[in-house]
Ligand binder design. Structure first.
Ligand code: PLP
Length: 401
């Protein structure tokens, strides 16, 4: 046929490739620390008990149907999502200075935000941390925005390179957008302290830089919804126009349902109304509107105080199990007298540990111990459990000696 002579094979997405390799590994000892999805202590995916209940309520609802939603998605879900990130009594909510639309999970919220910036901040450069979530660069490049990466991780101290963060802010091109992780920075698991956020905000304010928050782990990181929303709320209180991408994949365990929200907080109601109309337009020409099922589940929980309480318990259970695995790994490495200081594993939070293992070390433990983690040494701690944590510690011990 004619055409397509320019087609090339797109290399597979590295995370999904790694997950595929794990699935093809027949060893009973294989440990999957690749993809960021929660597992219970039995190593299996966990359907949150609160989600099971909400599903039953939805199934029994005689009014439930399969009609189209408005372009903005499920309105009550959007309002509740905005309240979740901003706080029930946020002035931005009370003064209706926000615009919230349903998106195809966190990925879709990032993408709509990127297209919004490309359209209304066309000369802005987007600053992202190195490292960051693997999809950030792809999404913002796909929207045609220039990207600058800056060092976030100091490999020597295994902590944030805060001096570099501040230096980058001080010299950033005027009017730039800074992509900030609201909590549980992926992949390092390291967030600025309150004091450091304050320093970041001071420079951003004086230099007219714009924050874009990606919030994929609210409630999942610390186990507390308000703690994990602190940074976003702080920037809102300081009067920034804040755009925030929310994902409900991790905190509701709704990965395949693609449940998310894009929230913008502005100076007044009129600007917010215009922004919402633009978000809706961008949704219309890409997906029309986001899928209903996951949003309905979340909405049912938000509308029921008892279910909200249960959700918070489920969140605690997930975050507690992950912290326990972090502690267990460090304890085992101490017992094994593994060379080096491993305390960063417990000082990092959220789904991931940025272990500091090098690419050859990661490759070696995959070969010998069937441990699957990303090339840059990121381990999804949810993949550890009481049965496999010792093997993981032994693998790390072996490879660093
Ligand atoms: N942003 C960050 C930082 C993430 O880690 C993730 C998921 O791993 C996402 C966004 C989006 O995920 P989803 O599209 O499943 O909501």
């Amino acid at each position: 046929g004619i055409g397509y002579s320019n087609l090339t094979l797109q290399p597979e997405d590295s995370i999904f490739r790694l997950f595929g390799e794990f699935m093809a590994d027949s060893s009973p000892d294989a440990i999957n620390l690749s993809i960021g999805a929660y597992r219970g202590n039995d190593g299996k995916p966990w359907v949150l008990p609160v989600v099971k209940k909400a599903k039953e309520i939805l199934l029994r609802d005689p009014q439930a149907n399969h009609e189209y939603l408005p372009l903005e998605g499920l309105t009550s879900f959007n309002e509740a999502a905005a309240k979740l990130i901003l706080g029930e009594n946020s002035p931005a909510i009370l003064e209706k200075r926000y615009a919230a639309v349903q998106t195809v999970s966190g990925t879709g919220a990032n993408r709509i935000a990127a297209e919004f910036f490309a359209k209304f901040r066309p000369s802005a450069t987007v600053y992202i941390t190195n490292p960051t979530w693997g999809n950030h660069k792809k999404i913002f490049m796909a929207a045609g925005l220039p990207i600058i990466e800056y060092e976030y991780w100091n490999p020597k101290t295994r902590s944030i390179n805060h001096a570099q963060v501040l230096a980058t802010l001080k010299t950033a091109l005027p009017g730039s957008i800074f992509l900030l992780h609201a909590c549980a920075h992926n992949p390092t698991g390291l967030d600025p302290t309150h004091r450091q956020w304050q320093e970041i905000a001071d420079i951003m304010e004086s230099r007219n830089l714009n924050p874009f928050f990606d919030c994929a782990y609210q409630g999942f990181a610390s186990g507390d919804l308000d703690t994990d929303a602190w940074a976003v709320r702080y920037f809102v209180v300081r009067g920034f126009n804040v755009i925030c991408a929310q994902s409900f994949s991790k905190n509701f365990g709704l990965y395949a349902e693609r449940t998310g929200c894009l929230v913008g907080i502005f100076g007044d109601e009129e600007v917010a109304r215009m922004a919402k109309s633009q978000f809706a337009y961008l949704l219309r020409c890409s997906i029309s509107h986001a899928p209903g099922f996951g949003a309905n589940i979340v909405d049912i929980v938000f509308k029921n105080e008892a279910l909200v309480r249960e959700w918070k318990e489920n969140l605690k259970e997930m975050s507690t199990r992950i912290s326990q695995m972090r502690e267990k790994v460090v304890q085992l490495l101490v017992e094994l007298k593994t060379p080096g200081d491993w305390s960063h594993i417990t000082s990092q939070i959220g789904m991931f540990s940025y272990t500091g293992l090098t690419m050859p070390q990661v490759a070696a433990i995959k070969m010998k111990f069937h441990v699957y983690m990303t090339d840059e040494g990121r381990a999804s701690m949810a993949g550890l459990n009481e049965k496999n944590v010792e093997n993981f510690a032994k693998a790390v011990d072996w490879v660093v000696r």
